[in-house]
Design a binder for this molecule. Structure first.
Ligand SMILES: [Zn+2]
Ligand SMILES: [Zn+2]
Length: 474
């Protein structure tokens, strides 16, 4: 009998059939085996925001090659698949879908109804991604498929949060954070994209309270002037030495603010004098802490101006900037405009300009946590390939600031903190407490925020293998 191969190879005649047979025969299933060495890759979970792209195809192929190679060498080789809930990215997509299809906002739906839609999204796109992974022929163990918001991961997140909190490594506080006015949430430093853009520096005169000339200050964000609480100069700056301790007047506003001496201003930059707006700038926030200055918010979370801005209250930040600069110019306070390249921070999701803002958020204290991670790189226990990445890694960890880990979103792991309805006492616990330890009341409400996606991503290699239980797999 004669058998001829087809002239061209048609993958669809083979691939699905072969993959199905692999899957049915559990060819990629792995268990702990006393007689075999383990080899494990936990798949970096693709986001359920859409579908896989070429980058995933490359990354999946590399993992597949390594896993198949080790499997053939006789290891008990596990490649554990899964997907990531991608809090902010997915929430943005679900919000868009609801708006397009139903003309409603997430607030119109309410938290519970919104979460139902988000889970439906997960089913649809998570399912599509899994089909794509199968199409790639990936040899992962589908019996062990996980999701960053499944029961096991959820348990790990809550446990980890409570442990860090009890060690004093998680705290709640009013600090300056990156705020995206469009997404309506805080962002971590890593979620802000920095770019230098052409912009302007406006030089304004703040007249002295005693009727003198006063001081000239340059700013790229004049709309934040309503939140000014001081003017800072460097202690070594001879030009301003005699002015330290005197007051100037905030132009048109009329409020008196002091001139203070601090290490922060660079005498070489601008006029050497800087306005201090602790509520809207991270450096100014630190100056404010050092000098015990007030914090005045002049921009709302939706990027409109607060009542602090007087007649400009309610205006968008950039509309206000235009009107305010014009009024200052007409009143004779504008000294000069300088065209300059300005560092700009943008939201990695919607690319709108980030507003640094004082906000009550949850933070992970990073200094102690970074120490062992720096140590292992320095003593060679941890190596980077290629090794030039070690420099970036160390720079990142040595300069690290506390991580703002709460997000004003609904899709994600809700923060396990509960507040007494009566006295406001906060209890961090896995379950809603029954009795308030302070006043004995029995009514609580849970913190409204969810955790940054990376809080669960960081636990992914452990939570997928059973942590916090001490499992054999782990
Ligand atoms: Zn945004
Ligand atoms: Zn209470």
């Amino acid at each position: 009998m004669e058998k001829n191969l087809a002239k061209t190879y048609s993958p669809k005649d083979f691939e699905d059939r072969i993959y199905q047979s692999w899957e049915e025969n559990k060819a990629f299933h792995a268990e702990v085996d006393e007689n075999k060495k383990p080899f494990t890759i936990v798949m970096p979970p693709p986001n359920i925001t859409g579908q896989l792209h070429m980058g995933h195809a490359l990354d999946q192929t590399l993992q597949d090659v390594l896993t198949r190679w080790k499997r053939m060498q006789g290891y008990s080789a596990l490649w554990l698949p899964g997907t990531d809930h991608a809090s902010i990215a997915t929430e943005v997509k679900v919000v868009e879908k609801i708006r397009a299809e139903e003309g409603k906002s997430k607030e119109d739906l309410g938290r519970e109804e919104f979460l139902k839609r988000a889970w439906a999204w997960k089913e649809e796109f998570g399912g599509r991604i899994n089909k794509q992974i199968r199409k790639l022929g990936s040899s992962c163990d589908w019996d062990r498929e996980r999701f960053t918001m499944d029961e096991g991961c959820n348990k790990a997140v809550v446990e980890h949060f409570i442990r860090l909190y009890n060690k004093g490594l998680i705290y709640k506080g009013n600090r300056i954070i990156n705020w995206c006015p469009v997404c309506g949430t805080s962002l971590s430093d890593a979620e802000v994209e920095h770019e230098d853009k052409p912009g302007k520096y406006w030089y304004f005169r703040y007249p002295a309270a005693d009727g003198g000339e006063g001081i000239v200050v340059a700013t790229s964000r004049p709309e934040t002037m309503f939140g000014d609480v001081a003017i800072a100069v460097h202690p070594s700056d001879e030009r301003y030495k005699d002015m330290v301790g005197t007051n100037v007047i905030l132009p048109l506003v009329g409020r008196e603010i002091p001139i203070i001496a601090d290490q922060y201003p660079d005498p070489e930059k601008g006029t050497g004098a800087v306005k201090i707006t602790p509520s809207h700038d991270p450096n100014d926030f630190e100056v404010g802490q050092r000098h015990n200055l007030e914090q005045l918010c002049c921009i709302n979370p939706d990027a409109t101006m607060t009542d602090m801005a007087g007649k400009y209250a309610g205006m968008d930040r950039y509309e206000c900037r235009k009107a305010w600069v014009k009024d200052l110019e007409e009143a004779g306070y504008l000294v000069q405009i300088e065209e300059k390249v300005i560092p700009s921070g943008e939201c990695y999701r919607c690319h709108n300009v980030i507003e640094p803002m004082i906000s009550d958020q949850w933070f992970v204290a990073m200094e102690e946590l970074a120490k062992p991670a720096i140590e292992v790189a320095k003593n060679g226990e941890l190596t980077h390939v290629p090794d030039r990445f070690e420099k970036i890694y160390l720079h990142w960890l040595e300069e690290i600031r506390d991580w703002c880990t709460s997000r004003q979103l609904w899709w994600g792991h809700r923060i396990p903190a509960y507040y007494c309805d009566k006295c406001g006492e906060m209890v961090v616990a896995a379950e809603m407490p029954e009795v308030c330890p302070k006043c004995g009341d029995t009514h609580f409400h849970q913190d409204e925020d969810v955790l940054d996606t990376w809080f669960s991503s960081a636990l992914w290699p452990f939570s997928t293998l059973g942590w916090p239980e001490k499992t054999k797999d782990l």
